[in-house]
Design a protein around this ligand. Structure first.
Ligand SMILES: [Zn+2]
Length: 418
């Protein structure tokens, strides 16, 4: 068990909690309560009862994390029976299997049975592995969602994009440009899950009709722009294939990467877009930055990094109405860039401020340099926003999640139709 990371143990504790085996703190330590929960889980899943996280136990837990199981139709099965057998509900099965006729089940075919819990965890560090796992689970559960990748990170991770809706009003939301602001990824993923669940029943969220949104808008969401950086912040250099010694050196010799914002080339992705980039490079020296590091280094040219390039390419490829970039520094919404934004930006910004309770930033323009929303406003003269969702030292503690979600649920609905 020695080589299982603390974040993985938290992931397991969080799942055992969802399944009803574990009711204690999600602390990443394997102590008595966790061992008891593992034993009970093993017992109910016909595994050897060891209380240890051996490979077959971990595999079984990983299966559950996707939030669904496969069931082969047997003689006499009804969806109601199947739902009961797996302790879930019929509408989830119908949603996940749009091509299965509930009144004419074909013996021997396999159907997806979503388990009766939400799959995006909001009480643990949200690693790239959790993201992949959630994407797999959501794609099975909600086949109307579209998933793909807009590129690869420096270290070879996918830059996933999830698409909601098929309307003509196109918007882009993204999170985790900055590695230690990874809490913005589960924010977007949770919102996708809630939206999809309600949409599958043609319901409303906060008075917003999800079917109307689906038909009016297309929402492209890139929940983790900087997956290598997120990996570094949560698990250190262990799962990174790039030069680990070099990374630690750039991190001022520190093996704890909590202050790290950059990608693993040591480039601050939100200082790597072509908007005042040259001006920014002058400032960089004043900040004492002279090369790759945890933050504020703008790279050797705009879009030098595969992550910022992929984000810019996606944005160029679509005729968008607006974009949102999620960050965490101060509960404030940035909306202007050198006064180049269209007039409506202020009105939309005020509406977002009202919906979220965040402050709309003053018109002080000194802070804007080479960021995604700056570049978007400069190049497209359309409304672009940086939404800073929290206060305190990064990475924000995960127990701020519920409040952050509460503040942003309506804003995320609104942004697709305003
Ligand atoms: Zn940021």
């Amino acid at each position: 068990m020695d080589n299982i990371s603390k974040s993985k143990i938290k992931e397991i504790q969080s799942l055992l909690n969802k399944l009803g085996y574990y009711n204690y703190s999600i602390d990443g330590f394997i102590e008595n309560y966790t061992i008891d929960a593992i034993k009970n889980f093993q017992k109910n899943n016909n595994l050897k009862i060891t209380g240890e996280l051996d490979q077959s136990t971990i595999d079984k837990i990983d299966d559950y994390m996707t939030g669904y199981v496969l069931h082969t139709i047997e003689n006499g099965d009804t969806l109601y029976d199947i739902a009961r057998k797996y302790n879930t509900v019929v509408w989830r099965i119908i949603t996940a299997n749009p091509n299965v006729n509930p009144f004419d089940l074909t013996i021997g075919t396999s159907i997806i049975v979503p388990l009766n819990f939400q799959i995006v965890p909001t009480n643990i560090p949200y690693t790239y592995n959790v993201l992949e796992n959630n994407i797999m689970g959501l794609s099975k559960r909600y086949p109307f969602l579209r998933f793909d990748s807009i590129g690869n990170s420096v270290d070879g991770r996918q830059l996933y994009r999830i698409r909601i809706g098929n309307g003509s009003n196109h918007v882009i939301y993204n999170g985790a440009h900055h590695a230690n602001e990874w809490i913005t990824t589960p924010l977007l993923m949770k919102w996708i899950e809630v939206f999809s669940e309600v949409y599958s029943r043609k319901g409303s969220i906060r008075g917003y009709d999800t079917e109307q949104i689906w038909n009016y808008a297309t929402i492209d969401i890139v929940p983790m722009v900087n997956p290598d950086g997120v990996e570094l912040v949560i698990d250190g250099v262990d799962n990174i294939t790039a030069n680990k010694d070099q990374l630690i050196k750039w991190n001022f010799g520190n093996e704890n990467f909590n202050d790290w914002k950059s990608n693993i080339n040591g480039v601050d992705l939100n200082r790597n877009y072509d908007a005042g980039w040259k001006e920014y490079k002058e400032l960089e020296k004043e900040f004492g930055v002279d090369g790759p590091g945890p933050f504020l280094y703008g790279g050797t040219k705009p879009e030098s990094e595969p992550e910022s390039l992929a984000m810019a390419n996606l944005t160029r490829s679509i005729d968008t109405r607006l974009v949102l970039a999620y960050h965490t520094q101060g509960q404030v919404i940035f909306w202007n860039y050198k006064d180049l934004q269209p007039e409506i930006s202020l009105y939309i910004g005020e509406t977002f401020a009202k919906a979220s309770g965040y402050e709309l930033a003053s018109e002080d323009l000194s802070q804007s340099f080479a960021g995604y929303k700056d570049w978007y406003i400069l190049d497209f003269r359309k409304p672009g926003y940086t939404i800073e969702v929290g206060k305190g030292k990064n990475p924000l503690p995960i127990d701020q999640f519920d409040m952050i979600y509460e503040n942003n649920e309506e804003l995320l609905l609104l942004a697709s139709i305003i």
